[in-house]
Design a protein around this ligand. Structure first.
Ligand code: GRF
Length: 231
């Protein structure tokens, strides 16, 4: 990827576009931090693939431009190619430095990812590379895991398989249910996402190209960087 997210030499906020499908609690955390001045970003726009996503209400309330590219408009399902064409035009107009998938539930094609106007990161509710895909909380309990958490990774054509940048970890209790675990993990996400975006905005982490990602370990402990938090 050729876009440099390194903001160390500039005071300009990082231009961030966010893709959502649901409640948007993670989007809200970014909005709050931006408005509080604790995160040097400008959220330049939000794309939702659902017209009923509460995330769009949150964005509008913060006067952030919203594009709804509903996967079911007028009873007709919008194919992924059409979604990607509209999303690509919108992103090109917004000129983001970084694209954040925050609870975005459509699988994007390799050509969309490779041609996007900025690097893309995704928030995933597991300690990748373990438990890619859906129903992660249920699956970790069924497998008797002792630890769980969330990861932020670079988006590539392979689902949930790009370089893992950061993770937050929690211990699984014997009494944990999938619903309870989902809530505990989401509390971690709300800390991990702004922390990771801050590292990118400050140029501590770079997504300039694959080589830069792999060479970060020269300056930092081996990726992923881990947050151990009280949840
Ligand atoms: C997050 O918990 C994330 O792990 C999952 O979708 C959820 C989105 O939540 N992929 P929200 O829309 O940010 O509230």
């Amino acid at each position: 990827m050729s876009v440099n997210t390194n903001q160390a030499q500039t005071t300009k906020p990082l231009r961030v576009a966010v893709l959502v499908s649901g409640s948007g609690s993670n989007l809200q955390v970014l909005i709050d931090a931006m408005q509080a001045g604790t995160l040097p970003i400008e959220i330049v726009g939000v794309i939702s693939n659902r017209d009923d996503a509460y995330a769009t209400t949150r964005a509008s309330a913060a006067s952030i431009p919203v594009a709804i590219l509903s996967h079911v408009a007028s009873g007709k399902r919008m194919g992924i190619k059409t979604f990607e064409r509209h999303a690509s035009e919108q992103l090109t107009e917004w000129q983001p430095d970084l694209i954040v998938l925050a609870g975005f539930m459509r699988v994007l094609s390799g050509s969309f990812i490779d041609n996007a106007p900025a690097p893309m990161i995704n928030l995933h509710p597991s300690l990748l590379p373990a438990y890619k895909g859906l129903d992660t909380h249920q699956r970790v309990i069924q497998s008797g895991e002792r630890h769980h958490g969330c990861s932020i990774h670079v988006v590539t054509a392979d689902l949930d398989a790009g370089a893992v940048l950061t993770q937050a970890v929690l211990d699984i209790n014997q009494k944990d249910t999938a619903d309870g675990l989902q809530k505990r993990v989401q509390k971690l996400e709300h800390q991990l996402l702004p922390w990771t975006v801050l590292l990118l905005a400050k140029g501590v982490l770079s997504l300039k190209d694959d080589e830069a990602i792999s060479q970060q370990s020269i300056f930092l402990p081996t990726l992923p960087l881990k947050l151990y938090l009280e949840d």
